[in-house]
Design a protein around this ligand. Structure first.
Ligand SMILES: [Zn+2]
Length: 300
């Protein structure tokens, strides 16, 4: 039994995982409560929080990053101070600022704007306060350390609670899908550096926003991190193979290296394009791919 009345809540010392519907499967997510002797902080108020409400009064909300599924619960906490990394703050300043983070083509963005407002309860929070890597929050006998882990977004951060030997990983989600770096605000190179940084975090429990949920023990975590990171290499190896024949960027987008061919998502092509560009740039830089005639690329 958790100290809070919440289905499938898990207490880990001063930290409680407020498990989301379907264990945090998108569009839901697993929010985290951290309770000190003075303050209680809620991390990443999910759509489940928006639907059920927060089970306890909170003093502050921290966000791992500003994406539509990490902020819906703010609708229940309009007067609670909210904090995110300075590099993602524009996503809470305005809907335009949020849309710039995704960088979708205009024809898709119109629908997504409506979805973010209607299904994810988006409302601007121009009062958002910012943190940066290395900042700490003192809750009274419990601290939260901010670790900046860009890549998924520029401001993506994870939160270490040493007193619970627990780190909340946000969207370093360890799923079989692999790392997501398909937004304008994403970076493949930064994501890889952030994954390396995660290896050295001194924790025993690892919490993700989506369905991996709670991982106990470093060995299991490192194993899952290895598998997650390997997806990046697999995508790149498949691209290299595909580029044995000269291909354009459009060919790479159509072939799909991130989503499976049968997946129908309005934004799939733009995500494929952004990811393929980043892999191509890296492989051109390190001499594995070169430009060919007619805007084509070929592996060497
Ligand atoms: Zn995200």
């Amino acid at each position: 039994m958790s100290r809070f009345p919440w289905p499938e809540a898990i207490d880990i010392g001063p930290l409680t995982v407020l498990t989301g519907i379907e264990r945090g499967k998108y569009p839901h997510g697993n929010s985290v409560l951290i309770k000190g002797t003075r303050d209680t902080i809620l991390v990443d108020p999910s759509l489940t929080i928006a639907e059920r409400g927060c089970p306890v009064d909170v003093d502050k909300v921290l966000l791992s990053h500003v994406h539509e599924d990490h902020i819906p619960g703010l609708t229940r906490l309009p007067d609670t101070p909210v904090y995110c990394h300075a590099l993602d703050a524009q996503g809470l300043h305005s809907l335009d600022g949020l849309m710039e983070i995704y960088g979708m083509p205009a024809e898709i963005e119109a629908n997504f704007r409506a979805e973010v407002v209607e299904d994810f309860y988006y409302a601007p929070r121009p009062d958002v306060k910012t943190f940066t890597g290395g900042d700490t929050f003192d809750l009274g006998d419990v601290t939260i350390e901010v670790i900046h882990t860009p890549g998924h977004t520029r401001g993506h951060s994870i939160f270490l609670v040493p007193e619970a030997k627990t780190v909340y990983l946000g969207d370093i989600e360890l799923t079989g899908f692999g790392p997501y770096y398909g937004d304008a605000w994403s970076s493949l190179i930064d994501f890889e550096k952030s994954l390396e940084l995660c290896r050295n975090i001194d924790a025993e429990n690892f919490v993700t926003f989506h369905h991996k949920w709670v991982i106990t023990g470093r060995a299991d975590f490192i194993n899952q991190l290895d598998n997650f990171e390997k997806v990046i290499n697999d995508r790149e190896e498949k691209m290299l193979d595909f580029l044995k024949k000269p291909r354009t960027l459009d060919d790479c987008v159509a072939h799909r290296f991130v989503y499976r061919p049968h997946v129908e998502l309005a934004f799939a092509d733009s995500v494929e394009r952004r990811c393929a560009e980043q892999h191509l740039n890296r492989m051109i830089q390190d001499g594995r791919v070169q430009s060919a005639e007619h805007k084509r690329f070929v592996s060497i």
